[in-house]
Design a protein around this ligand. Structure first.
Ligand code: GDP
Length: 429
């Protein structure tokens, strides 16, 4: 198989970084197709730690082409910093290709993100305040600036002046605030002209680069950020992200036709977590939730914000399998659930006295769903387990029940943070 999409099967933080890193070893091209620097993971290679937010994880392998496709929104200052950071650590970024069609996240987007979250108060969406939502808003409103605009100085000046005038009116009149630096056209123009020179060497038609690679039989990995239940259409709206972190999003965000995709891998954590507000039927509010949160280190990487934790919700996973057309599942963090006397899998809900086994369309209904559980025996610690047959029988039963219910094969099982702590049942790519 030569083109695979990796997507999150829950609300993000499923461990896609580790799974992508594993698959990237065999890929020739790694493509990011949506989101911005609200995603990100830490990759540890030979003891050195690299923090990646916008750059695809394959960037550490100089023989792999890494693509930031048109569906991504780029904070050019963060990207330049990430590029410089890698170069300071002695790594090349010559293998990076950036789409000129990608939209820019600019300082006033960050201001607007923050102001809007604060205005919402207790109804805040829980965004990372990195300006991603406001940048996608401008894209849809057809007022956004794209990477290509940085290289046409006249066009840049006109678009920037228009955008700043609009944002200044909103920031001052709607929010009663100000943002002198983010609204200073001369300052922004100067910084953007500098940044343009950093980005210039990387620009190319990324859709054409991917197409050429596929025609040559190269292996292409599409790396989704966030998760299916954060999808703008199919997630728990409005507590969602502003893009499509689903398999279909890979086609749109990378400019690749659906017939070119060979398979879809969903990454699913052995339990469920979510950041911020929104429905979460299997949430464990008490001690057990805290235990899973601590054992699984479920705290936001940048904010330190505790993530809500609960049992694995197979109704949601089955829904995610449908929305993405998942061919395979990678199950992560099975080790985190180890050493519990019993574990639970949610296989249905009760909604207003009625039994249902699919996700209700209205998130307000999902909020009222009471989970129906299957209780299973727990399993001992999984240290050193590297083969499926070495897993305790209770852990295998857990995996097999997931496969049966969702109707998708679990081809990888992750039992620890390290690359070696991965059980491969079927090699993809
Ligand atoms: P992403 O947002 O889906 O890319 O999630 P990350 O890649 O950031 O993963 C979340 C965290 O879980 C990271 O700190 C990983 O190192 C860690 N992790 C991934 N898989 C496993 C696993 O199987 N077991 C344990 N204990 N940690 C894992």
């Amino acid at each position: 198989m030569s083109a695979i999409v990796v997507v999150g099967g829950q609300w993000g933080d499923e461990g896609k970084g580790k799974i992508t890193d594993y698959l990237a070893q065999r890929a020739d091209l790694i493509v990011r197709y949506q989101g911005g620097n609200n995603a990100g993971h830490t990759v540890v290679v030979d003891g050195a730690e690299y923090k990646l937010h916008l750059l695809p994880s394959g960037i550490l392998h100089s023989n792999k082409t890494c693509i930031i496709a048109s569906g991504v929104v780029i904070d050019p200052f963060t990207l330049a910093e990430e590029i410089r950071g890698l170069e300071r650590q002695g790594l090349t970024t010559a293998n990076l290709v950036i789409s000129p069609l990608a939209h820019l996240v600019l300082p006033y987007h960050l201001e607007l993100d923050s102001l809007e979250e604060s205005r919402r108060g207790p109804r805040a969406l829980g965004t990372t305040r990195r300006g991603i939502g406001p940048a996608y808003q401008d894209k849809t409103a057809r007022t956004g600036l794209r990477v290509a605009d940085l290289f046409d100085l006249d066009r840049l000046a006109i678009k920037l002046a228009e955008a700043v005038a609009e944002k200044a009116a909103i920031i001052r009149n709607v929010y009663g605030s100000d943002a002198p630096e983010a609204l200073d056209i001369a300052y922004l123009g100067r910084r953007l002209r500098e940044i343009a020179e950093v980005l210039r060497p990387y620009l190319a038609d990324t859709s054409a680069v991917i197409d050429a690679a596929l025609r040559e039989g190269k292996r292409v990995l599409f790396e989704g950020a966030q998760g299916t239940l954060l999808d703008l259409d199919f997630g728990t709206y409005p507590y969602v992200t502003s893009s499509h972190p689903t398999a279909g999003g890979a086609c749109i965000g990378a400019g690749v036709g659906p017939t070119r995709i060979d398979s879809v891998l969903g990454v699913v954590k052995a339990y469920t977590s979510r950041v911020g507000d929104g429905p979460f039927p299997t949430e464990l509010a008490g001690k057990l939730g805290q235990y899973i949160r601590d054992k699984g280190h479920e705290y936001g990487t940048t904010t330190g914000r505790p993530r809500r934790c609960g049992w694995l919700d197979l109704v949601l996973v089955k829904y995610a399998a449908r929305i993405n057309g998942m061919d395979y599942l990678a199950l992560t963090k099975l080790d985190t659930l180890a050493e519990l006397p019993e574990v639970y899998l949610c296989t249905g809900y009760e909604l207003d006295g009625e039994e249902i086994d699919d996700v209700p369309l209205d998130p307000a209904d999902l909020e009222r769903c009471v989970p129906r559980y299957v209780k299973l025996e727990g399993w001992p610690a999984l240290e050193g387990v590297r083969a499926y047959e070495e897993l305790p029988s209770a852990a295998r039963r857990y995996i097999e029940l997931i496969e049966d219910f969702v109707g998708v094969e679990v081809c990888m099982v992750s039992v620890g943070r390290e690359r070696e702590a991965t059980i491969i049942r079927r090699e993809l790519l």
